[in-house]
Design a protein around this ligand. Structure first.
Ligand SMILES: Cc1ncc(C[n+]2csc(CCOP(=O)(O)OP(=O)(O)O)c2C)c(N)n1
Length: 323
């Protein structure tokens, strides 16, 4: 199986398992949203799984990740439990943030998952601060920060690139360029086709990678982690992908052209990777077993979340102030 791949069969299967886990999780989240069990909204990362999985598989357990409101995949890829993430989506007491955060505010510091953020680009300077802290404290940790193409138009994006490059902090900027910010296509908001070019302007190593090819993302991330870990960071990875049929599980940012809404399916990273594994010798039964395991794991996560209690009104002020 691995004759042509630089990755071992175990590594390839791990990437596949994580991608399926995230896909099934997101499908269930959409279903629960439809049933009214997720209040507010939720932003699936369907079709973008290869990015979070490829990057997080290159990180160690103590390395840190910050992500956006489209961050369920990053949380799972970093090793957070599907049950506690699902419970958080349903704002239950058993959620990773005790039901205080919901879909857009996930955090599990024990897994090095430092949080998702509903404010576009707000976590980018936070990630810069985390990486600077690691550098000043001489901790050999790498921080990865996921964000979208829309976020790369915010001022704090540029400020963080500048300071991170100036201070050589161990940070990997991971731009998930899915071509849209809600309803605005990148060709109407970006002056240059490659966002990676902006990072080069700050003197940073900057790579454009096919974000729908999990192996390509993983190899690029491995190289980036190696650089950052040895003081040669920060590194910029622009992962080109295609957004799912709408911005969120709510109707926002729906493509007007039904043909465009299906575009992500033509480049869907999951069947593509499955094909690659099958053609290089992985047994279909082995992949089917992974699919089945993930279905069962996420069904158990949903049952756990649905059966968990909502927070008591009397606990409203708990966990807000530092004692
Ligand atoms: C500072 C700020 N401005 C606007 C919004 C509203 N908003 C939510 S998501 C979004 C689009 C962001 O697009 P992008 O960064 O490309 O990420 P994607 O949703 O495509 O993953 C906007 C404008 C917000 N949450 N925060």
């Amino acid at each position: 199986m691995s004759a042509k791949s630089p990755l071992s069969p175990e590594e390839l299967l791990h990437l596949y398992r994580k991608m399926v886990q995230i896909r099934v999780f997101e499908e269930q989240a959409i279903e629960l949203f439809g049933k009214g069990l997720i209040t507010g909204t939720t932003h699936p990362c369907i079709g973008q799984e290869a990015i979070s999985v490829g990057v997080c598989a290159a990180l160690g357990r103590e390395d840190q990740v910050l992500a956006t409101y489209r961050g369920h995949g990053a949380a799972l890829a970093k090793g957070c439990s599907p049950a506690t993430i699902m419970a958080e989506l349903l704002t239950r007491t058993t959620g990773c943030c005790k039901g205080r955060g919901g879909s857009m505010h996930l955090c599990d510091t024990a897994q090095g998952f430092l949080g998702t953020n509903a404010i576009v680009a707000a976590h980018i300077p936070l990630a810069g601060g985390v990486a600077l802290s690691n550098k000043l404290r001489k901790k050999p940790l790498v921080t990865a920060c996921f964000f979208g193409d829309g976020a790369s138009c915010e001022g704090e994006f540029f400020e963080t690139l500048n300071m991170a490059a100036l201070w050589k902090v161990p940070l990997i900027f991971v731009c998930e360029n899915n071509g849209y910010a809600i309803s605005v296509p990148t060709n109407l908001s970006q002056a240059t086709p490659d966002i990676a070019d902006r990072a080069r302007g700050f003197g940073m190593t900057s790579v454009v990678v096919d974000g729908n090819d999990v192996v390509a993302v993983h190899l690029a991330a491995r190289a980036a982690v190696e650089e950052a870990r040895h003081g040669r960071g920060p590194i910029f990875l622009e992962c080109k992908t295609v957004r799912w049929e709408r911005h969120s599980a709510f109707s926002a940012g729906r493509y007007e052209d039904p043909e465009e809404a299906q575009k992500w399916k033509r480049v869907d990273p999951l069947p593509r990777f499955r094909e690659m594994l099958l053609s290089s010798g992985t047994a279909a039964a082995q992949l089917a077993k992974v699919d089945q395991d993930c279905q069962e794991e996420i069904a158990a996560a949903v049952a756990f979340a649905v059966q968990s209690p909502s927070p008591d009104a009397a606990s409203l002020y708990e966990g807000i102030f530092v004692e």
